[in-house]
Ligand binder design. Structure first.
Ligand code: LAN
Length: 728
């Protein structure tokens, strides 16, 4: 089948150009910190053999044997675990690719260039290979994410990456990309972030960048638009962006950037009206058009504030405080930073402020490697410094759902996973805590690692649930003490919004009206935290599990929390029975969670009209082959969009939801699971299908481990509920 976005690289592209020697790549796992190493000497290669996991991720043959074909769900789980066990890393976690967004590598490549960072040849080669493999075969452009249509953001920026890493402008693939870029209006029609990056690179003039005044950080905290109230990702990007914007810092002109000044624009470079193009934006990029309010504010900033009222003392204070906050972020995360959007920006700030040889610049350069990933198509940038804690928690839950935790084949693997979660739990608040506007983290789990250190509501909840689950069996050691489990529950109790729902990193701090100031154009729902059925459910189910084990601890508060949270879930349901998903695609993902929440307070198909409506929403959409398939367009359009083909991950989500709901007709579920089993390979693995995850409605992101975890969970649940009967 011809799915773009699945693992299959575009053959014509990926065979061209040079390649590194794939037998030299190794994934290094240092207590969960994961980096790819390219071994230059034969001696190193000999001393450090490639593992099955290395080979799997690199797309090399793993040599894993064919297994006896599974006839029952538990046999399929066992085959799956036999394969997946081989991918566990020494620290106990399952690293994997976390690509999808196509706007991250450009930030990194520009940063390397303007900070004159030495980049290993192997990196350069494989980044180019990746971008060639992901170039749109029809028009030669790139999109916002790997499955998206070409946009100015994707095309202008990834074209720039190719050039910065040594690609020839006259290569036919570059000519094609340039043609597409020019057809869309050229880089003058790029969104705000791209304009900012091109100004830093010295390829665009700062006048084309809508204002990012760092003085907003000087406002008193009570002001409703103060950045501390914004969603953490927006404020942590706005911070370094504002610092550099204020300095109007650009890299010196080089022959290469001078050439880019000609290549990226349609107009003659000298004749471009920079200020006049501040608001130019191609339709492909304009997912969230700027409001007239924001346009008015920008007008005032450009024509009144900046020329007449932005006094030197104010600029100085704003820049100093912004840089202080940047330092806090660096020190809180040991220079890993929140995400690959702000990490390169913070490096540029440190470079400007502290100089090329400073400690901060050195640390940043090192830590950027944590974001890079190598696969068959080349090297890409992950959406975070990994998925370590999140996927490890889910794998534990899947194994326990199947009831295999005491099987000697899986117990060592699960004990190691438990040990990993123990080591990754945060036991303190961030070093710079309230002063840096951070949420507490004592007792929390992050999405990736403890070092990154950002509390996430559902990551904490899934971590807590997994530890409680395994430690409830006498065959597992009590690695996480009762006290630390209580810290975790304490923390979760602080994460609820007045609505009853839970957001992602913090309770919501600002009004949704702040979305009127969303300047990014390419994303929606980014300015503040929102309530999410996914995050809320994770916390509800974690607190239920906690309450079972600690029935007396803060009982009244926990009961009230759950009641209010489920109230939010009920209100968030749409007329047609569905829930919109914000972090997985899309209604299949959120529906699974919401049904779990309802189940936790005893609402099932039999006694709840609401649950029946949700089940029918799914049953009506079951495909001929028994599966479900939802396109990423659901996320963009906010209504269900069918995928051409059923997807194992989404099918598993729906099955889990239906089983939580006690849906009475088991044949519907059996048919779906048969489809999932039929897609399992002889060695126990499932193959990559369409992209699974999303953020900010418009950008998709891959969760490759989901194709193992959720099918195994669904199969396991089925066997425990209906018996391990033959399903063929
Ligand atoms: C993630 C990844 C995990 C995800 C879940 C835990 C699944 C979710 O339930 C809560 C939100 C969270 C933690 C999340 C938030 C936004 C992230 C960090 C990402 C989708 C991964 C990449 C994305 C980040 C914003 C990418 C950088 C881009 C910007 C627009 C700043």
């Amino acid at each position: 089948h011809d799915e773009k976005g699945a693992n299959g690289a575009i053959a014509a592209n990926s065979t061209a150009g040079s390649k590194t020697d794939y037998s030299r790549w190794r994934l290094l796992d240092e207590n969960g910190r994961q980096t790819w190493q390219y071994l230059e000497t034969d001696d190193q290669v000999e001393k450090w053999p490639q593992t099955v996991a290395d080979r799997y991720h690199l797309g090399l043959p793993t040599g894993l044997p064919d297994l006896p074909p599974a006839k029952t769900p538990i046999q399929a789980v066992e085959n799956g675990l036999t394969f997946f066990k081989e991918l566990q890393l020494p620290s106990g976690q399952w690293a994997c690719e976390y690509g999808g967004p196509m706007f991250l590598l450009p930030g990194l490549a520009v940063t390397w260039y303007v900070t004159e960072t030495e980049v290993p040849e192997a990196y350069k080669t494989e980044i180019k290979n990746y971008l060639l493999a992901r170039q749109n075969p029809v028009d030669g452009g790139w999109g916002l994410h790997i499955e998206g249509e070409s946009s100015v953001f994707g095309t202008a920026m990834n074209y720039t990456v190719m050039r910065l890493l040594g690609m020839d402008a006259e290569d036919p693939r570059m000519i094609k990309a340039r043609g597409t870029l020019h057809k869309m209006g050229g880089a003058t029609h790029a969104p705000h972030w791209a304009k900012w990056w091109l100004a830093v690179l010295g390829v665009a003039k700062w006048d084309i960048v809508n204002p990012v005044p760092p003085e907003l950080w000087l406002l008193p905290d009570w002001v409703p638009i103060h950045p501390w109230r914004w969603w953490i990702h927006m404020r942590q990007v706005y911070l370094p962006m504002g610092f550099v914007y204020s300095k109007k810092w650009s890299y010196k002109l080089t022959p290469l950037t001078e050439s880019l000044q000609k290549e990226l624009f349609v107009e003659e470079y000298e004749s471009i009206n920079w200020n006049g193009h501040r608001n130019s934006i191609a339709p492909q990029d304009n997912y969230h058009p700027k409001t007239w309010i924001l346009n008015t504010i920008n007008w005032i900033l450009v024509y009144i504030w900046i020329p007449f009222l932005r006094f030197d003392w104010l600029i100085k204070r704003a820049e100093e405080w912004a840089y202080q906050l940047i330092k806090f972020e660096d020190e809180n995360t040991n220079y890993a930073c929140l995400a690959p959007a702000n990490a390169p920006m913070n490096l540029i700030c440190a470079y400007i402020e502290e100089g090329p040889d400073s400690f901060a610049v050195k640390k940043h350069r090192e830590k950027l490697a944590d974001y890079l990933w190598v696969k068959n198509e080349g090297m890409l940038m992950n959406g975070t410094n990994g998925v370590q804690i999140w996927d490890t928690s889910f794998l534990i839950q899947a194994a326990v759902s199947a009831g295999v935790q005491n099987d000697p084949r899986w117990k060592p693997m699960l004990t190691k996973a438990l040990d990993f979660l123990e080591k990754q739990q945060m036991v303190e608040n961030p070093p710079h805590y309230e002063v840096a506007y951070r949420q507490a983290s004592k007792g929390a789990w992050a999405f990736s690692t403890r070092e990154q250190g950002y509390t996430v509501s559902d990551c904490t909840a899934e971590g807590l649930k997994s530890v409680l689950l395994l430690q409830s069996f006498s065959s597992y050691p009590d690695l996480v003490s009762d006290e630390r489990l209580r810290w975790s529950a304490d923390l979760l109790l602080t994460m609820q919004n007045p609505s009853g729902g839970c957001a992602s990193y913090e309770p919501t701090r600002g009004s949704t009206k702040l979305e009127w100031l969303n300047a990014a154009e390419v994303f929606d729902r980014i300015m503040v935290e929102y309530d999410y059925p996914e995050c809320t459910t994770a916390v509800v189910t974690a607190l239920c599990a906690f309450r079972k084990q600690f029935p007396k601890y803060r009982r009244a508060e926990i009961d009230a929390f759950i009641e209010r949270a489920v109230g939010y879930i009920r209100r968030a349901q749409r007329e047609d029975g569905s829930w919109y998903g914000s972090w997985g695609i899309c209604f299949t993902y959120a529906g699974m969670f919401a049904l779990e929440s309802l189940r936790s307070v005893g609402e099932t198909y039999e006694n709840s009209e609401r649950v029946r409506r949700a089940c029918h929403f799914f049953v009506e959409r079951q495909m001929e082959d028994g599966g479900w398939g939802e396109s990423y367009k659901s996320c963009e359009d906010l209504v269900w969009r069918n995928h051409e083909r059923s997807q194992v991950v989404q099918t598993a989500w729906v099955c889990i939801g239906l089983m939580e709901a006690e849906f009475p007709d088991k044949t519907v579920i059996a048919k779906a699971l048969k489809m999932i089993m039929s897609r399992q390979q002889a060695n126990g693995e499932w193959l990559q299908e369409a992209i699974e995850g999303v953020f900010n409605n418009s950008c998709m992101i891959s969760y490759p481990n989901y194709k193992f975890i959720f099918p195994m969970k669904a199969l396991g649940m089925y066997a425990r509920k209906y018996g391990d009967e033959t399903l063929l």
